[in-house]
Design a binder for this molecule. Structure first.
Ligand code: 13P
Ligand code: SF4
Length: 327
């Protein structure tokens, strides 16, 4: 047996012992996806976390995802195999107080005027727009969710915003997702200066180069990419949206504008179709921190428990529940 197979076997028996379910994001390492009970995008994983029948959820992803699982399923023990697996975008915005400066963050670009600068906290924005609804991307910490009216993911942001009666919407923290929502809903979107460093680094030049290299391919982009990149794509959707699109499409070749971890499922589920990364360096280091060894350690020792305090969990759950109620 290979080292990988030994670790995978160990995980299967630990899962039984702990009555555990393993949830993995589409960006996880191939061998981690292989031991997961369910692999999906942020929305699918939230639905799984809310409804799954088990004692322990092992969340192979980044910390905001494990936090959401704990918010939705407080009676279960939620383990994050690598505590250092965080999402830099989720850590950018603050409710109040301490202000972060992102100007020197790799990939930073100046944005149009409707985007609030990075040194504004959520409370600052709410004070300026007291009548606006607050829509929060799930890539945020639990205390930001607790201050929100409703959450969204990349797959339902447009539906969520259209479900809200207010015309004025504070949409945080990803400026690119917000601009995509503004373009597709016609609502007044008040955005903030956050971004995903994996997607925001992609430029229209990269799109042009990929199209020149693969002239017959259909180009899919994630809405965390810049608006001009999304506008230059053939299809804009979440990671699982890309899986559905590729499955249903007659095209034989695709350019994939998201983190390269998705290539594994795309290839496995679509034999005979070809997938090229939009750029080979679209790698999220945090998503790659979780290894089989980390999963074994978490399950064997029941460590790295993620628990959200009740005063934050209850309002955060309301915002997540409202999102999950939208089909
Ligand atoms: P989705 O899988 O929901 O599209 O999310 C992408 C992402 O960046 C998660 O961190
Ligand atoms: Fe965060 Fe981007 Fe990594 Fe997703 S891919 S976890 S948004 S840094």
């Amino acid at each position: 047996m290979t080292d990988i197979a030994v670790l995978q076997d160990r995980i299967i028996s630990l899962k039984k012992k702990r009555n555990a379910v393993i949830l993995a994001h589409n960006y996880q390492r191939d061998e981690v996806q292989d031991i997961a009970d369910f692999t999906g995008d942020s929305l699918e994983l939230s639905r799984q976390a809310a409804g799954v029948d088990c004692d322990v959820i092992v969340f192979c992803g980044v910390n905001f995802m494990a936090e959401s699982a704990s918010i939705l399923s407080p009676d279960k023990t939620v383990l994050l195999p690598e505590l250092e697996a965080n999402c830099p975008m989720a850590d950018m915005i603050r409710v109040r107080g301490e202000r972060k400066v992102w100007k020197n963050f790799p990939g930073y670009t100046e944005q149009p005027a409707f985007v609030f600068p990075h040194d504004f906290t959520l409370r600052d924005i709410k004070e300026k727009y007291p009548d606006a609804a607050v829509v929060t991307y799930v890539n945020t910490t639990a205390d930001i969710k607790a201050e929100s009216d409703i959450c969204c993911t990349s797959s339902n942001v447009i539906k969520v915003i259209e479900s809200i009666p207010q015309e004025e919407i504070i949409c945080i923290p990803d400026k690119n997702l917000s601009m995509w929502a503004a373009r597709n809903t016609g609502k007044k979107i008040i955005a903030w200066d956050g971004f995903c460093h994996v997607h925001d680094r992609i430029t229209v030049k990269d799109v042009e180069k990929a199209r020149a290299d693969h002239p017959d391919a259909v180009l899919m982009a994630h809405p965390e990419c810049r608006l001009e990149v999304c506008e230059a794509a053939d299809h804009v959707t979440s990671t699982s949206g890309m899986l559905r699109f590729a499955r249903g499409s007659d095209a034989k070749e695709f350019i994939v504008g998201t983190e390269v971890g998705l290539m594994y499922r795309l290839g496995k589920e679509n034999p005979g179709k070809m997938f090229h990364p939009l750029r080979k360096d679209m790698i999220c280091p945090n998503m790659k921190k979780t290894r089989l060894e980390s999963v074994v350690n978490a399950l064997e020792n029941m460590v790295n428990v993620i628990k959200v305090p009740e005063d934050i969990r209850v309002p955060a759950k309301e915002a997540l529940d409202k999102m999950l109620a939208i089909v």
